[in-house]
Design a protein around this ligand. Structure first.
Ligand code: HEC
Length: 430
């Protein structure tokens, strides 16, 4: 299907592309780290609280998890601003289009996120109060989890849709976007990452200062082992779901570099799995914690890079189409303007090239014999008579001269146009 091709804004980027890309990737990494912790802990807090119904000590663990979620959620939101802004700037044509196609669903992120946060707070602060109404208390976290599980669908369908302009014509809502081939596998891939990361986080959280942790008969090494188990299972499942994502990618986004990154990831992950397994089996787990974090941190960095590769490969043909459309639009605009503004009106005798440039670039501010935004040129030109070079310099780099006028903005144009223009102005005023 033919992609829909909008034209770009005729504005330059506010910073060099490499800087924006670096900013995007780094800020996204930080953002997604806290998003993962927020979503993963919401699931784990519910799980441990349910475990606590049978074995009271797990309820204490669960309560501590609840304390962390609201902090991670605040950080996730704060660090979400930068990637959202940079992606809108770097991929304006694509991201704006997909956001618009999702319409209300995209905006629904805001109320849904607020609701999810409110339920998370309600769950955290009613812990002691609802100690004897666990059903109600679990319902609170259940609703928060349901919300946290549904919001990523909206994000994913948007950032997935922006990659495939060839589908835009038949997407009219969030539901259409949701069923594009890659969304569901990416969703599961995201959830598993969230669980793996959160498992590791709680290994750290409950592993530091074991003497200070008090979970009754439940030893902190036991708690640590359970979270190692979560990280292990989720990381293992990640290989499977990662492959599922891979096989649902359209072939044109797969490049050699992307494949190379994936191979590297696939060689690193087994080491992490092996160490995780050793930790689960250890009497005193914890010795391999930092090597595991380093290794999986490297894997995450590589995956973020791979993700960027896919995005660039997917968007680049569309980018070229947008650029072509934009330049075609520009040319057409200039031609039409020249045609309409010809002396004698539509279809009159063609004017000199210099006069066309004048009409286009100067006439909105200058007339020859009247004051407009700028002074009448018949007078203002006086000091440049016999000095075309001086006039060219002024046009390209005007200074501030008259207190009763605003400053003239610099007018950039190709060298030959500038020459034709100056010739025309000097001739007309001479
Ligand atoms: C956005 C409005 C604007 C446009 C477009 C514009 N000018 Fe001006 N121009 C001004 C203003 C305002 C001044 C007075 C600035 C001052 O004196 O500080 C000025 C001053 C001048 C002067 C007097 C310079 C001098 O040394 O006193 C010349 C000559 C001139 N413009 C030529 C041009 C030409 C040729 C173009 C088209 C390429 C052009 N301007 C486009 C606003 C404009």
């Amino acid at each position: 299907m033919d992609p829909i091709v909008p034209k770009d804004m005729l504005l330059p980027l506010p910073a060099p592309v490499w800087l924006l890309v670096a900013l995007l990737l780094v800020s996204f990494a930080v953002h997604i780290l806290f998003v993962n912790l927020m979503v993963g802990s919401s699931l784990l807090v519910m799980w441990t609280e349910i475990k606590g119904l049978k074995k009271k000590d797990w309820d204490k663990v669960s309560h501590q998890i609840a304390e962390t979620i609201t902090v991670n959620k605040s950080l996730a939101v704060v660090f979400g601003v930068a990637p959202l802004l940079t992606i809108s700037v770097l991929y304006t044509a694509q991201f704006y289009s997909s956001s618009t196609l999702l319409g209300h669903s995209w905006l629904m992120v805001i109320p849904l996120v607020i609701l999810a946060f409110l339920f998370t707070y309600a769950h955290k602060y009613s812990w002691n109060h609802l100690q004897h109404s666990k059903g109600v208390h679990l319902t609170l976290v259940g609703i928060a989890c349901a919300l946290f599980l549904s919001i990523p669908f909206i994000f994913l369908s948007n950032i997935n849709l922006m990659l495939y302009p060839e589908h835009w014509a038949r997407v009219h809502s969030f539901w259409d976007a949701l069923w594009l081939p890659n969304v569901l596998p990416r969703y599961i891939h995201f959830l598993m990452a969230a669980l793996a990361l959160t498992g590791l986080f709680f290994v750290y959280y409950f592993g530091r200062k074991p003497e200070k942790q008090d979970f009754g008969s439940l030893k902190s090494s036991e708690v640590v082992r359970v979270f190692y188990g979560v990280a292990l299972a989720a990381t293992g499942a990640q290989i499977l779901f990662g492959l599922l994502v891979f096989f649902t990618l359209p072939s044109h986004v797969i490049s050699l570099r992307f494949l190379a990154i994936l191979c590297l990831v696939l060689t690193l992950v087994p080491f992490a799995l092996w160490w995780l397994w050793r930790e689960v089996r250890a009497d005193q787990p914890g010795a391999r914690f930092w090597p595991i974090v380093l290794l999986l941190g490297g894997v995450v960095a590589l995956m973020i890079w791979a993700r960027h590769e896919v995005r660039e490969n997917a968007v680049s043909p569309h980018r070229a189409l947008v650029a072509a459309k934009t330049s075609e639009y520009r040319t057409r605009m200039t031609e039409t303007q020249d045609y309409i503004l010809m002396p004698g009106g539509l279809g009159g005798t063609p004017a000199s090239p210099g006069s066309l440039v004048f009409t286009r670039r100067c006439a909105s501010c200058h007339s020859f014999d009247r004051r407009l935004v700028g002074p009448a040129l018949n007078e203002a030109i006086a000091s440049y008579r016999g000095n075309p070079q001086g006039l060219m310099t002024w046009i390209v780099k005007p200074g501030r001269k008259r207190p009763d006028y605003p400053a003239m903005p610099a007018q950039e144009m190709p060298r030959d146009e500038l020459q034709q223009l100056v010739e025309f102005v000097l001739q007309t005023t001479g």
